[in-house]
Design a protein. Structure first.
Lengths: 321, 285
């Protein structure tokens, strides 16, 4: 499972972890007690993790959101839910591996889960297209959401995509139409919809499964109209300015929460979601149950009104004669 | 069609080379020098090759609506620099320069009008204003126009020309896709027609929201229409794109557009469609 990769700014964490591991190994070999040393180093490690992850630059946040070891949709599915039955295909063209979906049970209740799915190695990414859906991925999502509506079950979506795929086939088969239709149709679903941004919220390709009554964001997830690289290439005319673009785009969870777009930030364990998948999963599960419990009491019309009012209120402008 | 008939003895380009550019314009389609006056009479469509030059919102309003029927609305909205966005130039300066140059506050003009006797609500985008990009103001003006169409029970026409979401407004601009599409969900349920007219160029978030949500999609000939821009696609797939890729005719062939319509026949097509889809307007009388 584990890809032994880490980010530049995680080096101190990795080094300290190695020291602890080495100490434990030699203690075992030599049969000596190192528990007090390990406790000291362990405490130091926790402090270091908190320090580093509380002071990430916006571009570092982007890298955490894209971290190769960060849990993906199916990692949450296996931790949060029971009775998972994956469903496939858009019934029109093919099954898109960049989007997964199916029935699951959350604390006993049946729900429909739809999420972007990234891979962790080349083989998986070939299947998952790095989490970049084609139109059929969005059409599959919509098909599953209609299915949920038919049987009056809530929908939970997990957002984690660099964006909708920009390719010839995707354009031929109507990438823009697929996204537009999903957005409009999600706005009128007569069931509760909760969206969780677990990693990268990449533009229209993210929003296409993100029109929820609630938008939750993991602490180090990002949500942006364009990637910092793409933005830098256009506005600064060089992708090298991605640091500036990442800062300018205000794409972090705290910015989205402050601006009233994210309804809740789910805090990640020390060292980020990738440091502890189980704990992260537990926190996501708790948040989902809380929001779904609230939404469950609402009538279908009220759910539609709530969702439409939420999105139609977003935006800021001046109005004067 | 008479418009495309070539004059019997066209001036050769060489003869016109030294003529002033106030009188002649080189066509981007065929390269011919064409009388500006002739282009103006032709809604900026080249009489030689049919190439459609881009035209501003005012011209669409004249072309599509009954004379004197347009009443502009929502003129008081203007953009804020919410993110204090500063790339090579501050967003505020870009906005001010566009406003100065074009004499309008943002990249869409909205209002009420009449199409051959049928009252409609209409929005027309202006690509010259920051690439027709959609920020909070465009999203709000379009959403208000949709709500007005819903309230007054009038058909909706949107003429798109846009590079997509406005990056300088970050996540707010992305969310305008949801704002406009959510309002369209209600218009759709109310059974009120929405005709999307797509012009050159329409890409990104504008295509991925209202431009692709019409009951009928009409596109001007040769217009670039897509989700991703051609350059992004070429960089991704590391291949040159086929000729005609993402043009109106390509989209019609692939089922995304109903008809490719010559600009000079656009109004006539709208009238025919509205009379098929809409009768509510006679009840007003
Ligand atoms: Zn020409």
């Amino acid at each position: 499972m584990a890809t032994p990769l880490h980010l530049e700014f995680e080096r101190d964490i990795v080094e300290l972890q190695k020291q602890i591991d080495a100490l434990l190994r030699s203690a075992e070999e030599k049969g000596i007690d190192v528990s007090s040393e390990v406790r000291v180093l362990g405490a130091k490690l926790e402090v270091l993790k908190v320090e580093i992850f509380q002071n990430l630059t916006p571009l570092e946040q982007v890298h955490v959101a894209r971290h190769p070891r960060r849990p993906h949709t199916l990692d949450y599915v296996s931790r949060l839910f029971t009775d998972w039955v994956e469903l496939s295909g858009d019934r029109t063209f093919r099954d898109d591996g960049a989007v997964v979906g199916g029935w699951a049970r959350l604390n006993g209740d049946s729900i429909m889960v739809v999420g972007h799915q990234k891979g962790r190695d080349m083989k998986a990414n070939l299947k998952r297209n790095f989490g970049s859906p084609h139109p059929e991925g969005y059409r599959k999502s919509l098909r599953l959401m209609y299915l949920a509506e038919k049987f009056r079950r809530p929908v939970v979506t997990f957002i984690d995509t660099p964006g909708a795929y920009p390719g010839v086939g995707a354009e031929e088969r109507g990438q823009a139409e697929a996204i537009a239709r999903n957005i409009r149709e999600m706005a009128r679903l007569r069931i509760p919809v909760v969206s969780v941004v677990i990693g990268e919220g990449g533009s229209g390709g993210a929003l296409a499964i993100g029109v929820g009554n609630r938008i939750l964001m993991l602490e180090h997830a990002i949500y942006s109209v364009i990637s910092p690289e793409g933005c830098a290439a256009i506005l600064w005319r060089t992708a090298a300015e991605r640091e500036k673009a990442a800062r300018a785009l205000k794409l972090t969870s705290s910015e989205l929460f402050k601006r009233g777009i994210a309804d809740e930030i789910i805090l990640e364990p020390p060292g980020g979601a990738h440091a502890d998948w189980d704990e992260t999963g537990q926190r996501v599960k708790e948040a989902l149950m809380r929001h779904l419990d609230e939404l469950k009491t609402m009538e279908p019309e009220a759910l539609v009104r709530d969702r439409q009012a939420k999105f139609e209120a977003i935006g800021e402008w001046a109005e004067e004669d | 069609m008479a418009w495309f008939r070539k004059p019997k003895q066209p001036l050769r380009s060489a003869d016109k080379r030294d003529l002033p550019s106030e009188i002649f314009k080189k066509c981007n389609g065929c390269g011919e020098l064409v009388y500006r006056e002739r282009l103006a009479q032709n809604a900026q469509v080249c009489p030689e090759c049919g190439f459609h030059s881009r035209i501003p919102p005012e011209q669409y309003l004249t072309l599509l609506l009954d004379a004197g029927s347009f009443v502009e609305r929502e003129t008081n909205l203007h953009s804020l620099d919410l993110l204090e966005f500063h790339d090579l130039k501050p967003y505020r300066e870009r906005l001010a320069a566009a406003e100065q140059k074009l004499g309008r506050r943002d990249s869409v003009v909205v209002g009420d009008g009449v199409v051959d006797g049928i009252p409609v609500c209409i929005a027309v985008m202006d690509f010259r204003f920051l690439g027709g990009s959609m920020g909070s103001v465009v999203g709000e003006k379009v959403a208000r126009t949709i709500r007005r169409a819903l309230e007054l029970r009038r058909p909706l026409i949107i003429v798109s020309a846009s590079g997509g979401a406005r990056m300088q407004e970050g996540i707010y601009s992305l969310m305008q896709l949801a704002k406009t599409s959510s309002a369209l969900a209600r218009l759709h349920e109310a059974g009120i027609p929405f005709i999307s007219v797509i012009t050159d160029p329409t890409t990104g978030g504008t295509t991925a929201s209202f431009a692709m949500l019409g009951d009928v999609h009409l596109a001007e000939p040769g217009a670039l229409i897509g989700f991703a821009g051609p350059r992004v696609i070429e960089e991704t797939i590391k291949q040159a794109l086929p000729k005609g890729f993402q043009r109106s005719e390509f989209l019609r062939e692939h089922g995304m557009v109903d008809r490719v319509v010559d600009r000079r026949e656009l109004k006539q097509t709208l009238v025919l469609l509205l009379r098929h889809m809409w009768t509510g307007w006679d009840e007003e009388a």
